[in-house]
Design a protein around this ligand. Structure first.
Ligand code: PMP
Length: 444
């Protein structure tokens, strides 16, 4: 049980004096009394400023696929940076990486950038340039980053403001957004074939892209229905629309070839980031030859001072080499499955209504209902406060999950069977603390 947080709280108070809310990304703020400060990570673990150790299931919001400070990646980056980090020119490691990346994803061409936001932003521009159209479809609860075109009806929007399903409102996710930007967007509920067909019938000829997170990586890992993705593929072909998968969270995490391999649905263009660099800032837009061909000097802008820098490219080269050659994803799935089954059985034994959504490398626990959610609106039926109670108890036991049930639990290659076992023991303790009145249900 973690009780000492003196240094963390003192540091946080200092942070607040210089950094708004003491964090460099709004999602990291958990209130003045609970926002954590970590100073070290290794394998499956993190240490906070008071040197308390946690099993980390946040993994930097998903990128840490191998484990913190993974030696083979650290070694490759350390060696690379001895020879300089930025040349504003192509390097051999970028070529090595591009070869492996295209082989693993099945995409023809790839361009690197630094964040998921950038990759999606470039992807949308490429789709618009390729089609000569401006509008696009995005789904409620999907998050594609911090650029204006996509910041509507996202995972932080109030579901009660979304309006009728057949004519959803486009709810602004932030102030400071020119309202006119929303005229380019058609917002739809997730997993609804009928509404998708209707939107294509109405707007198909004006659409540049359909942009989709194939698993809702920012709303509890809600899974796309394969038949819905297949319908999307068919409609995009019929109307000449670019099918754009946001694989920022799914890429290299749910299969080597990402969601496209997992669901057996090929996208035309996709954005990747997170797991491809094991925590180093690297992202990519990749796609079919004919579409990526619009990226041409003087025609379609793609660029950035740091795109493909030595730190990012060597980290990604090392990470993808391990992902391709070792049974990383298989191992993570096996461990994640054990964890999900263990959690499920502990909750059943206490008759706590719950749903475990997502895939074993990226799953979420929702409390308060037994009915699986299919879209952002149905996510609202779950009890985030109830999860918050359990989350706080888990964190106090040294199991670091996000206090928000929308953010999935992530597993890395370093989460071995001992870590999983330890987590399940602590989960049981946390249940006792969070829900003291709940007795064990009798075996059926
Ligand atoms: N797309 C998805 C699916 C994401 O989960 C995120 C970040 N959580 C982004 C895009 C944006 O990536 P970044 O934060 O690296 O800009």
């Amino acid at each position: 049980m973690i009780t000492n947080n003196k240094r963390t709280r003192a540091l946080f108070n200092e942070a607040k004096q210089y950094i708004p809310f003491g964090v460099n990304s709004n999602f990291r703020y958990w209130g003045d009394d609970h926002t954590p400060i970590f100073h070290r990570g290794e394998g499956a673990h993190l240490w906070d400023a008071d040197d308390n150790r946690y099993v980390d299931y946040r993994l930097g919001f998903g990128p840490i696929i191998l484990g913190h400070a993974y030696p083979a990646v650290t070694r490759r980056v350390t060696e690379a940076i001895q020879s300089g980090v930025l040349f504003a020119a192509t390097t051999p490691v970028e070529i090595e990486l591009a070869k492996r990346f295209t082989r693993m994803t099945g995409m023809d061409k790839v361009r690197l950038s630094n964040t998921g936001t950038e990759a999606n932003m470039h992807a949308l521009r490429i789709a618009r340039a390729y089609t000569g159209r401006e509008k696009f479809i995005k789904f409620e609860g999907n998050y594609h980053g911090n650029f204006d075109y996509v910041m509507f009806s996202g995972p932080t929007s109030n579901a009660e403001l979304l309006g009728p399903r057949s004519r959803p409102h486009r709810v602004r996710a932030t102030q400071g957004l020119p309202l006119g930007v929303r005229n380019y967007l058609i917002s739809l509920p997730y997993n609804d074939v009928e509404l998708l067909e209707k939107a294509f019938a109405e707007h198909g000829e004006e659409l540049a892209a359909v942009m989709v997170e194939p698993i809702m990586g920012n709303v509890a890992g809600i899974m796309a229905d394969r038949t819905w993705l297949q319908a999307m593929r068919r409609l995009c072909d019929q109307y000449g629309v670019v099918l754009l998968f946001d694989e920022v969270k799914t890429g290299f995490r749910i299969a080597r070839g990402g969601a496209q391999e997992y669901f057996g649905v090929k996208a035309d263009l996709a954005a990747y980031a997170k797991a491809m660099g094991n925590g180093f800032p690297v992202s990519a837009v990749a796609g079919r030859d004919a579409i990526m061909a619009v990226v041409e000097p003087g025609r379609v802008a793609h660029g950035g001072t740091y795109c493909g820098n030595m730190v990012a490219a060597s980290a990604a080269a090392a990470t993808l080499e391990i992902l391709e050659e070792q049974p990383v994803i298989e191992t993570i799935f096996a461990r994640g499955r054990t964890l999900m089954e263990g959690i499920g059985s502990l909750l059943r034994s206490r008759s706590l209504p719950h749903v475990l959504c997502g895939v074993p490398s990226m799953f979420s626990l929702l409390l308060g209902s037994d009915e699986p959610p299919v879209d952002y609106r149905s996510y609202a039926r779950f009890d985030a406060e109830l999860f918050g109670k359990l989350g706080s108890a888990l964190i106090a036991e040294g199991v670091l999950v996000d206090d928000d049930p929308r953010e999935p639990w992530f597993i890395s290659y370093s989460h071995d069977e001992h870590v999983v076992e330890e987590t399940l023991e602590k989960f049981e303790d946390a249940l006792r603390v969070a829900f003291p009145g709940r007795r064990l249900a009798r075996a059926a």
